[in-house]
Design a protein around this ligand. Structure first.
Ligand code: PLP
Length: 447
């Protein structure tokens, strides 16, 4: 019995239901039978009616240290009472500088500058704008083309959906940003189904960039942006050697490589960043989510020194990069991030995924052979279980598994017909087993 529920957590009112236009939600269906959480601790959410729900997705790939961690809570509380806001343009506050210093100690060598935003989407827009402005600053202003990848997700702003490759997020928003092209995606179940870790086949798909260079000419291309592991389109793990090859081709043609690490940053793959794990250093790297353990909105872009330096020319009293947000480096976000980094360090969470990866892999691959399961993919603390879609009803089979798991007290996430698991990095083996057993039972019952 949950003591907080006994105190009577407020339910939602009909007027509240009517007023709230929910994001990325089937509003009418949700409002018929709302799924609410009103509290959380460690690996669990609490519902207003007093149920505990095991969180197997770190909220939304963000609560990497688990919920309501004391150091982070205290840091936010203290900061709110001390300095609520500091203007970020031509002004500063000490914690933003302290956080920048701490963050660049975690990034691969060379990625030593950080620009703050407030979300993954804003981090992506910032990175794309840095890439364009960088080339112009160096006198290569013809490099204006941006290259994304099919099945990529880079948030929901215009730059992000333009380089992104999720048709549902693009098709109703008109022409978007001009001068964008896309690499082919790397998903190849015919050759790679049930790969444990990185799939063996597909490094050559990076050569698609050579095709686009041949088509557009390198002198028109500013940057390529990819997720090292694509999360939102169903956990697509890069083939062995693919990212290395992409790096080589970018180098050959003077094209900037951007890793969107909004999901993969901060320990998700068993290393601080995917760049660390794969040994491939991009020129720009975005992050969000785990930077504050999901507690206060924050995003960031890491940049190579040389990129920053390219901007540091011209009269010193002029703004070098006309971009930034009212809430860039917000004091509450900085405090939350510092508390988060302390928690990660004290509990060795940024590398825990590498130690437990064999256990995690074994657990998710144990679902092989269940009805309608057609592929399972994993890396670090990310697992994807793909189900065969019901004829004519894409996504519905996985969603019914999601609903059944919710009823059984486990929160999973589905994207299309893929179940994506990305638990807080503190998960214990018995909790993971409960997730797997619940998913297995749900697949047998409703899939
Ligand atoms: N980029 C990637 C790779 C993401 O996975 C996400 C969100 O899931 C975003 C960008 C957008 O982040 P936000 O929802 O914080 O804007």
């Amino acid at each position: 019995i949950d003591p907080h529920a006994a105190a009577g957590a407020p339910a939602i009112t009909p007027a509240g239901k009517a007023a709230y236009w929910m994001p990325f939600t089937a509003n009418r269906q949700f409002k018929e039978a709302p799924r609410l959480v009103s509290g959380a601790d460690g690996m669990f959410f609490r519902t207003p009616d007093g149920r505990e729900v095991l969180d197997s997705i770190a909220g939304l790939w963000c609560v990497n240290a688990g919920h309501n961690r004391p150091r982070i809570v205290e840091a936010i509380q203290r900061q709110a009472a001390e300095l609520d806001f500091a203007p970020p343009f031509n002004m500063g506050h000490p914690k933003a500088f302290e956080l920048a210093e701490r963050l660049v100690q975690l990034t691969p060598p060379g990625l030593d500058k950080v620009f703050f935003a407030n979300s993954g989407s804003e981090a992506v827009e910032s990175a794309l704008k840095i890439a364009l402005a960088y080339h112009r600053a160096r006198g290569e202003g013809t490099r204006t083309r941006l290259i994304g990848r099919e099945r990529g997700y880079h948030g929901v702003n215009f730059g992000g959906i333009s380089v992104g490759g999720m048709v549902g997020n693009r098709k109703v928003f008109g022409a978007m940003v001009a001068g964008v092209d896309h690499l082919r995606h790397t998903h190849d179940p015919a050759r790679n189904a049930y790969s444990v870790g990185q799939p063996a086949h597909g490094a050559e798909l990076a050569d698609d960039l050579e095709r686009l260079v041949a088509l557009h000419d390198a002198s028109t291309i500013a940057a390529v942006i990819v997720e090292p592991v694509a999360g939102s389109t169903g956990v697509l793990v890069p083939p062995q050697g693919y990212l290395q090859r992409l790096r080589e081709i970018c180098d050959r043609h003077g094209i900037l490589l951007i890793f969107d690490e909004v999901i993969t940053g901060f320990g998700r793959l068993g290393a601080p960043f995917a760049a660390t794990r794969f040994g491939v250093t991009p020129d720009l790297m975005t992050c969000a989510k785990g930077i504050t353990n999901g507690c206060v909105p924050m995003g960031a872009v890491f940049a190579r020194d040389a990129i920053y330096e390219a901007f540091m020319t011209g009269p010193e009293h002029l703004i070098e990069f006309p971009h930034g947000y009212t809430y860039s480096g917000h004091p509450l976000a900085c405090a939350a991030a510092l508390g988060t980094l302390d928690t990660y360090a004290e509990e060795d969470l940024l590398t825990r995924g590498s130690r437990l990866e064999p256990m995690f892999a074994q657990a998710v691959h144990s679902l092989r052979g269940l009805p309608h399961v057609i592929d399972i993919r994993n890396l670090g603390f990310v697992g994807g279980i793909e189900l065969e879609p019901r004829p004519g009803e894409p996504g519905k089979r996985a969603f019914s598994v999601f609903l059944d798991c919710w009823e059984q007290g486990v929160l999973i996430r589905t994207t299309g017909d893929t179940i994506a698991l990305s638990p807080p990095l503190i998960i214990e083996e018995a909790q993971l087993q409960r997730v797997i057993d619940t998913v297995a039972a749900a697949i047998r019952r409703v899939a």
